[in-house]
Design a protein around this ligand. Structure first.
Ligand SMILES: [Zn+2]
Ligand SMILES: [Zn+2]
Length: 141
């Protein structure tokens, strides 16, 4: 029997619960306006996972989709409002799971900053990670 490693996560109220097989693809910081508004935080830490590694264990009927952009949808718990993950039709193999809803430790660290030029002025990082910004956040800063 294959011994797969996984981490567990849940929404605030616990009606939505999931597991993710590890290792995840990567973890990134996003400083864009849309993430900021959608998640109500100064920046967002996204955990990029393959869709087959994401296993919804509980709350299929409680998870509601909300269109964020013409490409992306957010999935959140209808009871407590916690956003669990985002999907983007341009990247059909992946989900972006919010780091905050994963309860377990991940043995990976964030590896990049996106939309770094949209960063709020009081948010400071003392790291040497690659930083991207500009049009579509693809230009190295
Ligand atoms: Zn909930
Ligand atoms: Zn963003």
């Amino acid at each position: 029997m294959e011994d797969k490693q996984h981490v567990c996560g849940r929404c605030f109220c616990g009606k939505v619960q999931f597991e993710i097989q590890t290792p995840v693809i990567n973890i990134i910081f996003c400083h864009c306006n849309m993430c900021r508004q959608a998640n109500g935080s100064d920046y967002t830490t996204w955990v990029r996972v393959s869709r087959e590694s994401f296993d919804l264990r509980r709350g299929e009927m409680e998870l509601v989709r909300s269109e964020a952009t013409i490409y992306a949808s957010n999935y959140f718990c209808i009871h407590c409002g916690t956003t669990i993950y985002t999907e983007d039709i341009r990247y059909p193999n992946f989900y972006g799971v919010l780091r905050g809803v994963i309860r377990d430790e991940l043995d990976q660290q964030p590896s990049q900053h996106f939309f770094y030029d949209s960063k709020l002025p009081w948010v400071e990082f003392n790291d040497s990670l690659p930083k991207f910004g500009g049009k579509g956040s693809r230009e190295p800063l």
